[in-house]
Design a protein around this ligand. Sequence first.
Ligand SMILES: C[S@@+](CC[C@H](N)C(=O)[O-])C[C@H]1O[C@@H](n2cnc3c(N)ncnc32)[C@H](O)[C@@H]1O
Length: 372
Amino acid sequence: MRQKCFPPFYVPIDGFTLAQNYTATINPGLEKVLQKEIRNFGAKKVQLFNGGVTFKTTSEKLYTILQKCRGASAIRWNVDNFKATDIREFFRKLERSNWEDLLKKGTVVSINAVTHKSRLHDLRDIEKAAKDAMTKMGYTIAKKGQDSVVILVRFVDDRANISIDIGGAAFYKRGWRTHAGRAPLRETIAASLLNIVKFDSDWDGLSLHDPMCGSGTFLIESALMALGRSPRVGRSYGIEKTGKFDEEKWQAIAKAPDLVLNETLDFLGSDIDENVIRYAMGNAQRAGVDQCRFVARSLEESCLNQNSKWIITNPPYGARLKKMAFIDPLRAKIKEGSRVFLLLPRDYASVGRSIARFRNGGLPVAFVELEL
Ligand SMILES: C[S@@+](CC[C@H](N)C(=O)[O-])C[C@H]1O[C@@H](n2cnc3c(N)ncnc32)[C@H](O)[C@@H]1O
């Protein structure tokens, strides 16, 4: 059944401690996967809306979610929600939150406004008022292109929801995928699909093979997942600029030791294109996962073997897919007991059991378990 569809700015916050109400976003169609992931971190009241979830949690769990969550494309802290029908009321109410506790004074901020069915309908007016209010309270408005903490103002039906992007740069920007071939899969989507397989089965570890691996996204994400590490490397987070940020707690989570991997686990990628294999190797190196192996080989010659229990891949769209030319060589390589997951345009979903449907780069796609 399709989940109840309401945007995050409709979530009632009366009775919540404002500091505990968060929103995580994801591609529509994958919300339930994110719900499960966020619940597994111990968050409470994880509620679905079209395009994400809202949740409540303690600061320690929030820090873990920010560092370790794989599926979310952004995480925001909902700091206020009020009615405002004219710009002066908006300005006045924006000032009423205890901003010093929310964001360190002097922080460079930018404003991102959206408005729908509201008397305040001019985005320039809303953004100007928000910028004026923030400047008055001691914040610096970002110049074009300058790094900043984004404050989102979302008006719907005359109510403004104010939230702070505590993730920072988009979460799919992992920091390690600097090189990719054509049509690389967004990292947050790859991670969500891996989560589906993990949540859905008796996944014994995370040993995985991708015979059309491109830049290695599935394999690098799954190795990081198996190690229990953050999927993101070398980046800062908006939360670090918040008023009560606890550096010690944050670092304790960041420095937690890796999970011990079973020695038989294998993350193997192959691709017909030698260049993308070089990219994949470099990406794995930047991600710090020497558990991944990559070889330049066609699907027909790929080294899927008796250990290839879990196979996950997104074949190239276009002419080759039209003939489903990859299916026969793939089937020929699959051993008994293997499970094969494919991300395909939705028109081709009938090759197997459809597990998730969503849009990828504007195209309707299905995540399918191949029927063997
Ligand atoms: C959609 S891309 C995969 C993207 C990858 N998931 C990523 O995130 O970078 C499809 C890949 O299939 C590879 N490919 C196409 N035909 C192939 C074949 N016959 N054997 C192996 N790989 C092939 C292409 O070189 C391309 O890298």
